[in-house]
Write a new protein. Structure first.
Length: 623
């Protein structure tokens, strides 16, 4: 997040300190803080990021173009100031939490170190885009999720001055032409935001660059304020602040996409305040100034403490929220006065702390072995939650190298020859999402001597139906092809379709519609169907939940809601499908082996150890 923009206003940059910017920083960081701690009136508090993007763009543009005018700009000096301001506080924070997590929740340690690696080298926005969405439930367990915005800004800081350097002669000699080029680049960035999917637009720097460039536009057109009376300035600032507050209180991340055209509201409102440059007494309030000053450190420290409270199920009650906010304020204040404000040799400090990155890099790619820094059983749990999905075990279990269609795959690039049906053979189709995929190896073993071939038709994150609702276009097209072309052409060679999905992920009415589709479709095709049952789902990843329960006797209170959803889906399917539903939920399995291998490696996907325990139950149903 752009809370590091404070460094742009200091004596070294010969810039006048602006109290209105400090006020905006305070409003922004408080809104983000209360949004993250789930205070109900701050559902749109995440727009604090957008406000700070605008502020950063304004200050960056002011520094660079002012130095263009005086012929004092050098890219290295500009970059060095950014490094010395951003990196020390960031590295201290992420280094502090490494031993905390190692000792308290070791199952999360390797995952944390990978985030350490991506955050310290400022590509965490890309890393998180490839692994999770910002607004989904999984993200609240990522200690360093908030560093995505620092990465976005850092990438902007690297590229933005290079673009301006190319335009420097135009800026110095043809200001109107420069302004036009500037606006065109900003419009291109805005258009790219509209073109890409929501998650990509959220995380990538060039899809968010238009917000920072709006701040630059505020600097370029700052002269407009001289033509406006003080009375009208005050009216416009009040209106802009009201729009910002309305965004914070009324926008809901569960109801709107973000960023979107609606993002223009807080962005333009912030830019307007920067242009008008009023100096109200309230902007000089000591409490507001304090929060403005510590905004960068407060942003850095509050989120990891919140995530700790989530893991230990002490994040819901008001007193617990106040406790962790108070702890965040203490660490933020220390960070501000000891790291950000003190006049020590920042260059040396940065070099020393940067060496810690080498540890993060080397550790990030290491594998947890039995002779690792954990005891044997804990090592198995750590390995499962951090490495299982990319392991050879998972590759074989899910058929990742066979027909499995990943969420990031493009249907046009998919080799359809992989699912060819041989006319002289009979087939059983395994149809569904990743929950079908997790039984691929088990089912292949079951049917290997039956005279049938098992054909895998699995696609991540998508229920198998025509024109299904999904966040992933590739899997949707894959299933459209299956139902419209593939199955009608090959149905004479297909005797059975086994369907599996993460049923509890859907609302009851939505689940009913999905089951209606598959039931009607295959009944019309006169093809037999079986449904693999709902399996357990956990609020936090199972290896971590198991460890926390064993060590501290804690089961997250939200596990009740996860169990309720699972049981509800299971009951509905059992009643609806009867004997064609292979119930798995109440089947007795060992959840952790004697050597520490868990039966679920994340919140709802079975390991091979877990899937194989259902083998007898599935075999009986097939026979």
């Amino acid at each position: 997040m752009g809370f590091n923009s404070y460094f742009c206003e200091n004596k070294n940059d010969n810039m006048k300190f602006r109290n209105d910017i400090s006020f905006l920083r305070a409003v922004s960081v408080i809104s983000v803080l209360l949004y993250h701690f789930k205070f109900s009136f701050f559902k749109g508090g995440f727009i604090g990021v957008d406000i700070f993007f605008v502020i950063s763009g304004y200050l960056m543009t002011r520094i660079i173009l002012s130095e263009f005018k005086t012929n004092t700009f050098t890219y290295w000096n500009y970059l060095k100031k950014r490094i010395n301001r951003i990196l020390p506080a960031l590295l201290v924070m992420i280094t502090f939490f490494a031993p905390v997590i190692y000792f308290l929740i070791p199952t999360q340690f390797l995952i944390y170190m990978r985030s350490f690696f991506s955050s310290s080298l400022f590509f965490s926005n890309i890393y998180y885009y490839l692994n999770s969405g910002y607004f989904n439930n999984k993200s609240q367990f990522n200690y360093l999720l908030h560093t995505w915005s620092l990465s976005v800004e850092w990438q902007f800081y690297l590229i933005y001055p290079i673009i301006l350097l190319f335009l420097r002669p135009i800026f110095l000699n043809r200001r109107n032409a420069f302004n036009l080029f500037f606006i065109v680049i900003m419009v291109l960035s805005f258009s790219s935001m509209l073109y890409h999917n929501q998650s990509y637009s959220f995380y990538m720097f060039y899809t968010r660059a238009w917000e920072m460039m709006f701040g630059g536009l505020a600097y370029l057109f700052a002269g407009i304020s001289k033509r406006i009376s003080e009375r009208n300035k005050n009216i416009l600032v009040i209106a802009s602040l009201l729009l910002i507050l309305a965004s914070i209180f009324l926008i809901n991340s569960h109801e709107v996409l973000w960023p979107s055209p609606l993002t223009i509201v807080p962005v333009i409102s912030t830019a307007a305040i920067l242009i008008l440059n009023v100096d109200w007494k309230i902007f000089e309030n000591k409490i507001i100034s304090f929060f403005g000053n510590i905004s960068y450190s407060l942003y850095l420290w509050h989120w990891p403490f919140y995530v700790l409270s989530v893991f230990f199920s002490i994040n819901d009650r008001f007193r617990h929220k106040l406790l962790f906010i108070g702890i965040s304020l203490i660490f933020s204040t220390i960070s501000y006065y000891i790291i950000e404000k003190k006049n020590y040799n920042k260059k040396t400090f940065t070099i020393i702390l940067s060496s810690i990155i080498l540890f993060a890099i080397s550790f990030s790619f290491s594998k947890i072995k039995e002779n690792s820094i954990f005891d044997d059983k804990t090592a198995k749990l750590v390995w499962a939650t951090s490495n299982y999905k990319s392991s050879n075990d998972a590759i074989n279990q899910y058929g990742f190298n066979e027909n499995y269609f990943k969420s990031t795959d493009n249907f046009k690039n998919y080799n359809l020859n992989k699912i060819n049906i041989e006319p002289e053979k009979k087939y059983i189709i395994l149809l569904g999402d990743s929950h079908a995929g997790m039984f691929f190896e088990t089912l292949k073993d079951i049917v290997k001597d039956s005279g049938y071939e098992l054909m895998q038709i699995n696609a991540e994150g998508t229920y198998p139906m025509i024109y299904g609702v999904s966040d992933f276009s590739g899997p949707k097209e894959f299933f459209n092809y299956f139902y419209k072309i593939y199955f009608p052409e090959n149905k004479n060679n297909i005797d059975l379709v086994i369907i599996s999905s993460n049923y509890s992920a859907y609302e009851q009415s939505d689940l009913e519609n999905k089951i209606d589709f598959t039931e009607k479709y295959f009944k019309k095709q006169k093809t037999k169907t079986l449904y693999l049952g709902q399996t357990p789902t956990y609020y936090i990843d199972y290896p971590t939940q198991y460890y926390i329960n064993q060590q501290y006797g804690i089961v997250h209170r939200n596990q009740f809601f996860a169990d309720r959803n699972v049981n509800s889906a299971n009951s509905y399917l059992k009643k609806r499908l009867g004997s064609r539903y292979i119930e798995l939920l109440n089947y007795n399995v060992n959840k952790v082996s004697e050597d520490g291998t868990p039966f679920v490696y994340d919140t709802n996907h079975l390991t091979q150890y877990g899937a194989n325990q259902y083998k007898n139950n599935i075999s009986k149903a097939l026979k």
